[in-house]
Design a protein around this ligand. Sequence first.
Ligand SMILES: Nc1nc2c(c(=O)[nH]1)N=C([C@H](O)[C@H](O)COP(=O)(O)OP(=O)(O)OP(=O)(O)O)CN2
Ligand SMILES: [Zn+2]
Length: 121
Amino acid sequence: MIYELTQEFFFDAAHTLERTIETDSSRRIHGHTYHVLVSLRGQPDPKSGMLMDLGYFRAALAKLRDKLDHRFLDEIPEIGPATLENLCAYVWRELEGELPAIARVTLERRAGGDRCTLSRD
Ligand SMILES: Nc1nc2c(c(=O)[nH]1)N=C([C@H](O)[C@H](O)COP(=O)(O)OP(=O)(O)OP(=O)(O)O)CN2
Ligand SMILES: [Zn+2]
């Protein structure tokens, strides 16, 4: 049996996107509310009973949120084109140092019903 511990946060950000459909509206600067779910996987420490203290987990996510909330994502070159797929990869890269048990990252734009998940295994 394995445990999965999940935290969620959201951020609001703007971007543009080059596409071959709906080109004009995508090229215009527009914004989305993104919900980010991050899961850690593993076994709890027998003494603490925790996979990771949620205090440390939340602190790592808060630092990342500061880099994304109310930003123009086109100005963050490490993301590349600001798609859900690239944002999942960016979030993973940003967190894996502090959260080595990271196992799944999901980005959602709930207003449009869009969701993308990156997972290990
Ligand atoms: N595979 C992907 N396709 C698209 C992505 C993506 O991240 N991955 N992103 C977009 C754009 O961000 C686009 O702005 C979303 O377009 P759309 O679905 O038409 O939604 P709207 O912006 O019109 O409406 P919301 O309710 O704000 O989502 C396109 N394709
Ligand atoms: Zn968009």
